[in-house]
Design a protein. Structure first.
Length: 415
C-alpha cells in the first residue's frame, strides 16, 4: 500500500504538475513503469497503481498517442476491476484523458473473483425482499408480548432452541414486534445460527422505526452477539466496528483525538486509542474495510473536519476503521504553534451534534449502498482535500527528484 503521505504528494502532483509536464519529465520519473504496463497481468496491483499515478502526474495529455492507449488500456482496465477504490478512481481519470472507458468485466483469476463476489453481494442485497410485516390488532400484540416473556425465561436458562420457539410464535401473532425480532436474533446468535441472527437484525433495519433502529445499534454492545461480532454481515447490518484512532499532529492533536475517541464511544463503537501516527498529517484520514464503508461517513461527521479523506484498508488489520487525526499547525501572533478546535462550542451544540450523528447512523444502516457510493466517489480523489498549496509544486518536484523509487509499500503504516 502506498503511504498516505506519498499518496498526497502524488495526488498533489496530479493537480499541479501536468500543466508544465513534458515527455522528458515522464521519462525521468517513470522508472520501470513501462515494463509494469506491458506486463500488467502479472504486475503487483500496488506497483501498477503507483506507476499510473506517476503517469497522471508527468504525462501531458497532448503527448498521449495511439501506442500509449494500446499499451495502457489493458493495465488500466485491470486496475479498474481488480484494484482498490483509489486505483479505480485513477484508472477512470486516466481512461477519460484518453477518451476511453473501462471495458466489460474481465474473466478469469483475481479480477473475476473480486468482480463476481462484489456483484453477487450487491445483487443479493438488491433482490432480498424488504421485510414489511402486516398490521395486527391490540389483542394480537398482547398475545405476542406474552410469548416474548416466556421466551425470555427460557433464554435466561440457556435453552435457546426453546426460546426461539416462543419468539417465533410471537412473530406469528405480531410480525412487527420489535422485542420478538430482536430476541429472536439474540437467541439465534447464541444457538449458533449466524444467518438468522443477521436476518432478524436486518428485519429491524427494514422496519426503520426509532425503536427498531435503537435495537439494531444496541446489538453492537449486547454480549448475546459475541459469537457473531467478527462476521462481516453482522458488522454491515448493525454498523458495529472496531476503530483505532491515532494522532498525526503530535502534542497539538491530543485534545482533538480525545474528543474523537469519546464521541465514537458514545455512538457505541469499540474504540482503541492507538497513540501516535508514524506520519505527520495535515488533514484526517479514515481508512475502512469494505463491510464498514457505509460507516466511514458517520466517522467523518464525528471528526467534524472539512478536509477528511477516505482510504481503503487493503492490508490485514484487526480493525474495521482506522482514523488518523490530522490538521495544520499554525503560529499565532506570539509565534506560538496552535491548532483549530473542531469541538462543539457549548452543551447545546454538542447535543445537536450527537442528534445529527444518530441520524447519519440511521441513514447509513438503512441505505448502506447509497452511502457507500459517496465514499467510492471521493476515496483518493486529489481534488477532495482542497489543501493550501503554497510552494506545493516545488515540494512535489523535489520529492520525486530525491527518489521516485522511494515510494515504499507502507509495510509499517499500521500493520
Amino acid at each position: 500500500m502506498t503511504p498516505p503521505s506519498s499518496r498526497f504528494l502524488l495526488a498533489l502532483a496530479w493537480l499541479l504538475v501536468p500543466l508544465a509536464a513534458s515527455a522528458s519529465e515522464w521519462n525521468d520519473s517513470k522508472g520501470n513503469c513501462d515494463q509494469q504496463f506491458e506486463g500488467y497481468e502479472g504486475a503487483d496491483l500496488s506497483s501498477l497503481k503507483q506507476c499510473l499515478m506517476l503517469w497522471e502526474a508527468y504525462k501531458p495529455t497532448s503527448e498521449i498517442d495511439d501506442e500509449d492507449k494500446r499499451r495502457l488500456a489493458p493495465a488500466l482496465n485491470r486496475l479498474y476491476w481488480s484494484g482498490d477504490d483509489e486505483a479505480k478512481y485513477y484508472a477512470t481519470q486516466s481512461l477519460s484523458r484518453m477518451h476511453l472507458q473501462p471495458t466489460s468485466a474481465p474473466t478469469g483469476g483475481e479480477a473475476t473473483k473480486k468482480y463476481n463476489t462484489e456483484k453477487v453481494e450487491k445483487k443479493a442485497r438488491a433482490e432480498r425482499t424488504k421485510y414489511k410485516p402486516r398490521d395486527v390488532d391490540k389483542p394480537a400484540r398482547v398475545a405476542a408480548d406474552k410469548q416474548v416473556q416466556l421466551g425470555l425465561k427460557e433464554h435466561k436458562k440457556g435453552r435457546y432452541a426453546k426460546a426461539l420457539e416462543y419468539f417465533g410464535t410471537a412473530l406469528e401473532k405480531d410480525p412487527g414486534s420489535v422485542a420478538a425480532l430482536y430476541n429472536y436474533a439474540c437467541a439465534s446468535s447464541l444457538d449458533g445460527n449466524k444467518a438468522d441472527a443477521v436476518e432478524y437484525l436486518q428485519r429491524l433495519v427494514d422496519l426503520g422505526t426509532k425503536e427498531a433502529l435503537a435495537k439494531v445499534k444496541k446489538a453492537r454492545t449486547d454480549r448475546d452477539f459475541d459469537p457473531v461480532k467478527d462476521d462481516a454481515d453482522f458488522k454491515r447490518v448493525t454498523g458495529f466496528a472496531r476503530i483505532k484512532v491515532v494522532n498525526g499532529v503530535g502534542e497539538y492533536g491530543e485534545e482533538e483525538v480525545e474528543r474523537v475517541v469519546k464521541t465514537l464511544q458514545q455512538l457505541g463503537y469499540e474504540v482503541v486509542p492507538g497513540g501516535a501516527d508514524k506520519h505527520d498529517r495535515s488533514y484526517p484520514i479514515v481508512w475502512y474495510k469494505k463491510h464498514s464503508k457505509h460507516i466511514a461517513p458517520v466517522v467523518e461527521k464525528a471528526l467534524n473536519h472539512p478536509k477528511t479523506r477516505y482510504q481503503l484498508i487493503d492490508w490485514d488489520s484487526q480493525f474495521d476503521l482506522i482514523v488518523s487525526w490530522g490538521d495544520l499547525v499554525r503560529k499565532n501572533k506570539f509565534n506560538e504553534p496552535v491548532v483549530k478546535s473542531y469541538a462543539p462550542k457549548d452543551p447545546d451544540e454538542a447535543e445537536k451534534k450527537m442528534e445529527e450523528l444518530a441520524w447519519e447512523e440511521d441513514r447509513a444502516l438503512q441505505e448502506p449502498d447509497k452511502v457507500s457510493r459517496k465514499v467510492e466517489h471521493t476515496a483518493g480523489a486529489p481534488g477532495r482535500t482542497k489543501m493550501r498549496v503554497e510552494s506545493g509544486a516545488r515540494r512535489v518536484e523535489d520529492t520525486f527528484k530525491r527518489g521516485k523509487s522511494a515510494v515504499d509499500k507502507a509495510t509499517g503504516l499500521f500493520k
